[in-house]
Design a binder for this molecule. Structure first.
Ligand code: AMP
Ligand code: GLY
Length: 418
């Protein structure tokens, strides 16, 4: 088979890595890809949001299966466009992508189908939103409706900060049209867990759970990022809780997919906040997570291409997913300054000296004259499996000492569980 993976991050490198292990696969293309994907696939210089260009390429190359990494092409309707032309593609259509692309849409679905989430109100008018602030206890959360490159969520400790956020989004339009609507919601406390699920029509089959580290600084301080560390499984998702989620929340989501005609063949990535017995949903994403995918695919023993094909032809069963009992830990190295301003283009050293048990996925790298250089805020996902989280964690941090590039920064407390 000829497979096209769309995107350029650590998630896409992990997808290429796992897909390349399938006997069914003859050739992999990655658009646009990165230094890591170029070692497994042919990088194609087409941007992930260039739907016309990708469609033309897939038709010309007679691609047998396309796997979409990031949310943007999904929201632009790439799946609908490929299907119209008879091309096989893994991901939700434009309508179902609203579950991620519109906070208001996803909250309405959650409320309608009894899916537990923080109480919320949505607004387009600054004055009305401002007046409603006092209905929410502090801290409160304000979210711009659209994708906003993942930067549209604000946790406000004071009403005056909340008012400023509302003004920035609704009046000064700091996110443009993506901030035309906002929601205000109650703050949820607890521990976050990521649960990625295969969605095949209205059937939802969860993978192993993961714990993402979103903040840039140790101790969960500093700015929000795309995710700078992860481990799997997440200990808060116990077997009992997983069963409870399957029998309750997932059944309700499945009904929503059916009744709202949102059925698709792809991923539903559920962000949970778990506080003792209280399990709420923070958000839906309709794609693989980054870096969650790296930690989960490391633990998947089954052939991923078989799973993707079965998801598409609706024959996927829970038994098709066979998991490695070992735990995985992944630390994302970044360029100092990320998620704000940072420099790139620095040579990366030490990867050849790593123990062979370490798997390195590339987030933002590029080969320039055969030398690997940094090319993004997130640079490498350095990963290992171990008999438990601590063993995997020690292995990763020990080996990480060998990796160097100018301005390297990473958290030292990923997977440090007390
Ligand atoms: P979201 O894009 O909605 O997942 O928000 C990004 C991050 O903001 C989440 O991963 C949480 O850490 C935090 N967050 C979002 N909504 C809430 C909430 N209602 N209560 C507490 N934290 C939240
Ligand atoms: N790591 C969170 C995300 O991919 O959205």
């Amino acid at each position: 088979m000829k497979i096209l993976v769309i995107g350029s991050g650590g998630r896409e490198h992990a997808l290429c890595w796992k897909i390349s292990q399938s006997k069914k696969v003859k050739e992999i293309f990655c658009a646009p890809g990165n230094g890591g994907t170029s070692e497994l696939a042919k990088n194609i210089d087409i941007a992930a949001n260039d739907v016309d260009g990708l469609l033309e390429f897939a038709l010309k190359e007679k691609i047998d299966l396309t796997v979409v990494g990031p949310e943007e092409p999904l929201t632009l309707g790439i799946v609908d466009r490929f299907k119209e032309k008879g091309l096989k593609i893994f991901g939700p259509g434009k309508k179902a992508s609203q579950l991620e692309a519109s906070k208001k849409f996803s909250k309405e679905i959650m409320n309608k189908y009894n899916i537990p989430t923080a109480k919320y109100k949505s607004f387009t008018d600054f004055k009305a939103a401002k007046e409603a602030l006092k209905e929410f206890n502090l801290p409160l959360v304000i979210k711009a409706d659209g994708l906003c490159l993942g930067k549209g969520v604000f946790i406000c400790q004071t009403y005056s900060h909340a008012e400023k956020v509302l003004k920035d989004i609704l009046e000064d339009r700091c996110f443009g049209d993506e901030g035309e609507k906002i929601i205000i919601e109650g703050f949820l406390k607890g521990i976050e867990a990521s649960l990625l699920c295969f969605v095949s029509g209205d059937k939802i089959i969860p993978m192993e759970s993961a714990k993402d580290y979103k903040k840039i600084e140790e101790g969960d301080e500093g700015l929000n990022t795309g995710g700078v560390g992860v481990y799997s499984p997440n200990e808060v998702v116990t077997k009992e809780l997983e069963e409870e989620i399957k029998n309750g929340i997932l059944k309700n989501i499945s009904r929503a997919l059916r009744e709202e005609d949102l059925q698709y063949e792809g991923i539903l990535f559920i962000g949970f906040m778990i506080d003792g017995k209280d399990t709420n949903i923070l958000e839906f994403n309709v794609r693989f997570g980054d870096p969650e995918t790296q930690s989960i695919l490391l633990r998947l023993r089954s052939d991923l291409v078989d799973i993707l094909l079965k998801t598409i032809d609706k024959s996927l069963e829970e038994e098709d997913l066979i998991w490695d009992e070992r735990a995985s830990v992944c630390v994302v190295t970044t360029s100092l300054g990320y998620p704000l301003k940072y420099e790139k283009g620095f040579g990366i050293d030490g990867l050849d000296d790593l123990d062979e048990s370490i798997i390195v996925f590339h987030n933002g790298t590029k080969y320039v004259d055969n030398k690997l250089k940094t090319n993004g805020g997130r640079v490498l996902t350095v990963s290992a499996l171990g008999k438990d989280i601590n063993v995997a964690r020690e292995k990763v941090y020990e080996e990480l000492k060998k990796v160097s590039y100018k301005n390297i920064y990473y958290r030292g407390d990923v997977a440090k569980i007390n």
